[in-house]
Design a protein around this ligand. Structure first.
Ligand code: NAD
Ligand code: GLY
Length: 361
């Protein structure tokens, strides 16, 4: 097992990364001083796959387990579902010291995290991410939220977990599309802050896609290390943490203009390459680096071509992005692989050029 510490003073915590960790959860919770009752929040698919092994381990270590099920899907990240969960928590007499275990992907992590942050003004939270995206991104860093209508993550807070347990074995049952979603964020992490890690990806994507345990553990470990370093420097998302949105400025706009018919990982992949092309056209990023990025995205099975959507609509959607500052669209751009900067000064004509796809590197 490998460990990454997220160093946030009194709120510091560990991320455990390895295979077969679910069954050991009870021991680690006992070591942290917990005993008695706890609550697992999960969805039916994940519960069917991993509920028993987690439950058995916890019961063996003397815990009394209550499992609360939430149907799958982004629409469950709502105040309504949170309200139902508060009700169920009171029904099972959950107290201030009762830990909530968020077992699932980013939807469960964000929702259960939000509930843990607010129920009784905050109860202990353990993130047990089971998608690649949740292991490398959403479970780390304390952003918890629900959506407000069409507006994603509008109601939320920062609430750090006490422990994250990323069991690599769970990735073996992920549908290919969900693996690709996570891979987009893995490539993002390497592109913004991990030149060596990027080389590792160039050399190992086949192993990763064939779910080689060692390769999966390495990419989760490296990505979590990068995210932890960024979060430690800017927990409240006031500056540096913005770099984690590399590829997301155009990506989010594509997601919304396509009416969410293009998946998140796909739009981030296209967005990362578009941002690299902008940086190249500004004379900042070497053309070879754009080619390297494109190759890795393709090897991961992610798209690189702009979809056939109206560029005017994409630009309009970008202006609605909540990352916008004083009417200017904020971009995260590469100087080189592993080295990024944040700028509000990208000329609209360059953006238009990459959106219509007449700049092919
Ligand atoms: P998800 O949580 O919707 O999970 C995708 C699907 O995979 C679900 O149907 C789930 O049941 C299934 N699943 C989960 N683990 C599985 C496993 N091991 N085997 C088989 N199936 C499994 O999707 P996601 O991509 O994990 O998360 C997306 C969410 O994460 C979005 O709501 C997004 O806003 C949020 N997010 C949050 C942050 C943050 O910092 N908090 C960062 C990025 C994304
Ligand atoms: N996913 C972006 C962040 O955690 O800040």
């Amino acid at each position: 097992m490998r460990k990454v510490k997220v160093a946030l003073g009194g709120k510091s915590y560990q991320v455990y990364i390895g295979s077969g960790l679910l069954a050991q959860t009870g021991r680690w919770l006992s070591e942290k001083g917990f005993s008695g009752k706890l609550v697992i929040i999960t969805d039916p698919t994940v519960n069917k796959l991993y509920g028993d092994v987690l439950n058995q381990g916890l019961t063996k270590d003397g815990f009394s387990v209550n499992t609360l099920l939430v149907p799958e899907g982004e629409e469950q990240k709502s105040l309504e579902t949170a309200g139902r969960l508060y009700h169920e928590l009171t029904n099972c007499y959950a107290e201030r010291t009762t830990p909530i275990l968020a077992l699932g992907g980013g939807v469960i992590g964000d929702l259960a995290g939000f509930v843990a942050a607010t129920y009784l003004r905050g109860v202990p939270l353990v993130q047990i991410p089971t998608t690649l995206l949740a292991q490398v991104d959403s479970s780390v860093g304390g952003k918890v939220a629900v959506d407000h209508g069409q507006l994603k993550n509008m109601i939320g807070t920062f609430y750090q977990p006490g422990l994250i347990i990323a069991d690599i074995n769970t990735l073996k049952t992920l549908p290919a599309e969900e693996l690709a979603n996570g891979l987009a964020e893995v490539i993002k992490s390497a592109a913004i802050r991990g030149e060596k890690f990027f080389t590792f990806l160039e050399q190992n994507l086949d192993k990763i896609k064939s779910l080689d345990e060692g390769a999966l553990e390495e990419i989760v470990f490296q990505s979590v290390k990068i995210k932890a370093e960024v979060v430690e420097k800017d927990e409240m998302d006031l500056g540096l943490r913005n770099i984690l949105n590399y590829g997301h400025t155009i990506g989010h706009a594509l997601e919304s203009v396509s009416n969410f018919s293009i998946g998140h990982g796909n739009t981030v992949a296209i967005g990362m390459l578009a941002a690299a092309r902008i940086s190249h056209m500004m004379g900042i990023l070497d053309g070879n680096e754009v080619v390297r990025l494109k190759k890795v995205i393709e090897q991961a099975g992610l798209p690189t071509e702009m979809p056939n959507l109206k560029s005017t609509e994409i630009i309009k959607a970008m202006k609605h992005d909540k990352k916008i500052r004083r009417d200017k669209v904020r971009f995260v751009l590469l100087k080189s692989i592993g080295n990024v900067f944040i700028t509000d000064e990208v000329s609209p004509s360059l953006v238009e050029k990459v959106l219509v796809g007449d700049e092919k590197t």
